[in-house]
Design a protein around this ligand. Sequence first.
Ligand SMILES: *[C@@H]1O[C@H](CO)[C@@H](O)[C@H](O)[C@H]1NC(C)=O
Ligand SMILES: *[C@@H]1O[C@H](CO)[C@@H](O)[C@H](O)[C@H]1NC(C)=O
Ligand SMILES: *[C@@H]1O[C@H](CO)[C@@H](O)[C@H](O)[C@H]1NC(C)=O
Ligand SMILES: *[C@@H]1O[C@H](CO)[C@@H](O)[C@H](O)[C@H]1NC(C)=O
Ligand SMILES: *[C@@H]1O[C@H](CO)[C@@H](O)[C@H](O)[C@H]1NC(C)=O
Length: 706
Amino acid sequence: MFNLTSISSLIAIIATSIYFLSSSLPHKSSYHSLFISTSLSSNESISNHLYSLTLRPHIAGSEANAEAAKYVLSTLTSYNIPSHTAPYYTALTYPVSRSLTLKTPPTPDPPIEFNLQQEVYEGDPYADVANLVQPTFHAYAKSGTAVGPVVYVNYGRVEDYETLKEMGVNVSEGGNVALARYGKIYRGDIVENAYAAGVIGVVIFTDRKDYGGTDKWFPDEKWMPPSGVQVGTVYNGAGDPTTPGWASTEECERLSDDEVEKAGDVPLIPSLPISWADGDVIIRSIDGQVGNDDWQGGKDAPVYRVGPGPGIVNLTYQGKQVISTIENVIGIIEGAEEPDRYVILGNHRDAWTFGAVDPNSGTACLLEVAERMSKLQKKGWKPRRTIIFCNWDAEEYGLVGSTEWVEENRQMLASRVVAYLNVDIAVAGAGFEASATPQLDELLIQAAKQVLDPDNSSQTIYDSWINSTKNPIIGRLGGGGSDYAAFVQHIGVPAADITFGGGYPVYHSMYDDFIWMKKFGDPMFQRHVAVTSIWGLVALKLADEDILPFNYLSYAVELQKSAEDLKGEVLNRGVNLVPLLKSINELEKAAVKINDERKALEGSRGWTSMSKNDKKVRELNDRLMMAERAFTDREGLPGRSWYKHLIYAPSKHNDYGSKSFPGIDDAVEKAKSLNTADSWHSVQHEIWRVSRVITQASLCLKGELT
Ligand SMILES: *[C@@H]1O[C@H](CO)[C@@H](O)[C@H](O)[C@H]1NC(C)=O
Ligand SMILES: *[C@@H]1O[C@H](CO)[C@@H](O)[C@H](O)[C@H]1NC(C)=O
Ligand SMILES: *[C@@H]1O[C@H](CO)[C@@H](O)[C@H](O)[C@H]1NC(C)=O
Ligand SMILES: *[C@@H]1O[C@H](CO)[C@@H](O)[C@H](O)[C@H]1NC(C)=O
Ligand SMILES: *[C@@H]1O[C@H](CO)[C@@H](O)[C@H](O)[C@H]1NC(C)=O
């Protein structure tokens, strides 16, 4: 039966096919079809790469990770892709000693001493290298001791501390240690919020409710075992903290420890991550008021009370900071017609432990994209633009490898990169997810319509993507979650980030290994094949199509939505949104205009070679490429000047959260708490700044001087 939606999707399909026929030379698109065909894809070789990359734990700065870099370098080289290593010398931290004890007055029992060990299970094939896993810790945690009554703070969000205040609990009184659970926000913000609330240390546990399943766990089920711990960084910046804004080359300028602390992105109180088994013991030592329903644990959990105390913990952590060599591996397929235009594919290699899901599922796919492209080259394909493979190091510590490289090559990248395509975790389970700067939305949708769903070959990834939502949900790249951050937020490059499966229970624990992937993440490695196909296909379209497949109309629509959201926030505050709304209108007009220009150019060259239009095409493409740069501002966000992009940046209290208009948002938050004329005036100033960058983008798209 035909209903309105199916007719409109039919029209969309026809329109897409016409677009395809007209926008890329037939032989280019036949290479693209070949790229995603079963004849080039191999789940076996992806599985082999993943197996080889995850034989040993390979934290950044370790010998095992240098070994993994060699593997990536030699694999790319074996595909005849010229490759090299870009090393940096970065300040990374490692644990030296840790201890955690719990006393429960008034009982006279001796304190419980937690062993803080993730346990090897019977038959674990990685048992003999388990000792190479670093003791559980938080990278860049403050060294020191915190002794005090425990106060339970739920997920450690700003609103959780508000709730405690409403309950009459003064967390800053008498030197308390916070017990928070992992889950809703970035762990660095859990520590920062705790510090701001006035506690003296933080213990973060994995709650069984969120990661532990029922009564079975890995290796029998996908869930986190009782002793499993989510390790991770608690740094709130991007890149080496001792070289903010410049590259960590061998003999570069570095900030002192004091200067780093003053910069405000490293924690000022100690913290430790712990397992759900240990979290359960500590929770039982806390008395006082019962937490709200959304503060409680799962089935079989004790009642969660907020305290403080009577349980008293002694959290002691000693770390060391070492200038460690890290290595990005860079492989380059030079473009035949526009070698100075770059399409970059990036994924990191370093892992907290074995890293089968995070990040080497992505590394295995990166190598597979490279191999398939090398096969296309053998058949005569030459990309129009240059394709660059980047395998980053030290992402886990704070996006260090990618940030240092972007900082070092800033000028070249800002003038030449067409788009950056990130895959961190390629596969954690079923279900395609994507985030992008909005001019890439249409391209992602097109690619998703061409690749089959690995979990149901009678439909495409697109069909399953829209199963529950009708319209595909595309996230935005304001968050600090992975290596796209420096590209988008520091230099304004269009970018996308894709994955299958979202969150997974053994995240950042010792159990993220090949066995987990094989049993639960992707038993047939067909999801990896699908990520390879869609990632590579998007890259091929960006590298080969004469006119860049960007649509800025989506950007205007997104900005309109964000402006709508803002309206409610500033209602009756004497704030004028007209400049913002006007600039967005202009952007919409400019997007329509450049889309028309594209059509005219495509029409004029018909089915013949476009060579006589080369200069016009190049000029149009430059406008499409540079419009994203226009959203950046030299001064950056107030108080966070590394973040230059005024449209997308991390949310201030959750680095994982993506914010639109972050500068306006920060100013609104401040104004709401101060409620002074000055503070609302700052909101207006930020609105003007955003309006001006949007206007810059419109001028760039129009290609006209005023
Ligand atoms: C909480 O305790 C601190 C430290 O004792 C004190 O300075 C502050 O005024 C208290 N806050 C409230 C709301 O009682
Ligand atoms: C806390 O633990 C550390 C390390 O075990 C120990 O040196 C210190 O004396 C303890 N502090 C207190 C007050 O018990
Ligand atoms: C697989 O896709 C077909 C065609 O869209 C659909 O009818 C079927 O329900 C899907 N199967 C599952 C298990 O999702
Ligand atoms: C749609 O999603 C539901 C639940 O997520 C699933 O059971 C169903 O099989 C899906 N259908 C298709 C066609 O993929
Ligand atoms: C590759 O896929 C085929 C077909 O789905 C499957 O039989 C095979 O076991 C898979 N190989 C690996 C290594 O997963």
